[in-house]
Write a protein that binds this ligand. Structure first.
Ligand SMILES: NC(=O)c1ccc[n+]([C@@H]2O[C@H](COP(=O)([O-])OP(=O)(O)OC[C@H]3O[C@@H](n4cnc5c(N)ncnc54)[C@H](OP(=O)(O)O)[C@@H]3O)[C@@H](O)[C@H]2O)c1
Length: 319
């Protein structure tokens, strides 16, 4: 090995350590010690990753926590872990499959029938790399799981949230909402690659959050969208072929060192659910426990309203 190679390796190593330290320093931590005894929270996709850490945090704060998951075995294992780690026995599993409107409606119906209150709804469940697969409702799987079911579920639980006010909704989006080719409402049903599908579903969440905040003004229910950061989770588990190998390697090996842990990734969601005095920022987007400026694509006038009308029709909201 030449001295030039050794110097280059030392330079890369030091740069990586400096970058990691910088990323650690800018990672937002929720400072709130807010107790949640007497509060009920639902977290979708709570059996793993960011959703699991969010549920764990709420359980530590004493909340009644409902893990809204599609797989009973995984959810039950998560429930047991959370109870063991927190000594809070009020952690429950309810099944919801976000790829089916029937399942979302059945879940919401049960919650509305059995729960006296709902203080926090965290719409966290999502999937990436679902290709052009369609659901039995006839929609692109990625769009239904990530966005349309979130729209339906939130609307079906709104009365309970209003009854329990002050209450909050936290919608997990992504920085990637800013990218992909130009978003338009009619593109929600066209497959133009996994990247567009994911970024469009995440932009739809931000537009929905802003529109919902307007519609909820004065109701005591506030709503926020968040980007959790780049977090080492299993989000790309459905990726196949070269894309699958690339994303798995990126998240699990090459970039692993730089990415957040799930606990770090959950902080902004937790912040938006419990931090005091952020109600005036309803509709806003948060990153690293800080309010950030809107992504450019989320500011197109009238787009949120147009998306709302389309979503209402797609999910058949009035029935
Ligand atoms: N990781 C990142 O770098 C990153 C960056 C930006 C945004 N996000 C967002 O953060 C959120 C959490 O993701 P994560 O990284 O924690 O990923 P994750 O570990 O893969 O968790 C995703 C959760 O969603 C659930 N889910 C997937 N499809 C579902 C369906 N049809 N019905 C019900 N639940 C379903 C999964 O359940 P199963 O375990 O049964 O599959 C899992 O519990 C997502 O909204 C994601 O888009 C993540």
């Amino acid at each position: 090995m030449t001295s030039y190679t050794v110097l280059s390796l030392v330079f890369i190593l030091i740069s990586a350590i400096v970058a990691k330290l910088y990323l650690k320093l800018i990672t937002g931590w929720c400072p709130s010690q807010q107790c949640m005894v007497g509060k009920t929270a639902i977290i979708t996709g709570a059996n793993t990753g960011i959703g699991f850490q969010t549920a764990l945090d709420f359980a530590k704060r004493g909340a009644r926590v409902i893990l809204a998951c599609r797989n009973y075995k995984k959810a039950e294992a998560a429930r047991r872990d959370i109870i063991k780690m927190t000594d809070n026995p009020n952690v429950f599993v309810k099944i919801v499959d976000m790829s089916s409107f029937e399942s979302v409606r059945a879940f919401a119906q049960e919650i509305n029938k059995t729960e006296e209150r709902l203080d926090v709804l965290v719409n966290n469940a999502a999937a990436a790399f679902l290709y052009d697969e369609k659901t039995k409702d006839g929609l692109l799987l990625g769009m239904q799981v990530n966005y349309f079911s979130l729209f339906l579920l939130t609307n079906l639980l709104l009365d309970l949230l209003k009854k329990s006010q002050p209450s909050r909704i936290v919608n997990t989006s992504s920085l990637l909402a800013e990218y992909g080719t130009a978003f338009s409402v009619d593109k929600l049903h066209k497959y133009n690659g996994n990247f567009d599908l994911y970024t469009h579903s995440k932009l739809a969440i931000i537009l929905f959050t802003k529109e919902l905040a307007k519609r909820l003004e004065g109701s005591g229910v506030t709503v926020y969208s968040v980007h959790p950061g780049a977090v080492k989770t299993d989000i790309f588990r459905d990726a196949e072929g070269w894309a699958g190998s690339f994303m798995t390697a990126l998240f699990k090996r090459w970039m692993n060192f730089f990415f957040k842990t799930s606990e770090e990734g959950a902080q902004t969601t937790i912040y938006c659910a419990v931090e005091k005095n952020i109600e005036k920022f309803s509709g806003h987007h948060f990153v690293d426990c800080r309010r950030v400026n809107d992504y450019k694509r989320a500011t197109v006038p009238g787009l949120g309203e147009q998306l709302w009308r389309e979503s209402e029709e797609v999910v058949n909201l009035t029935n």
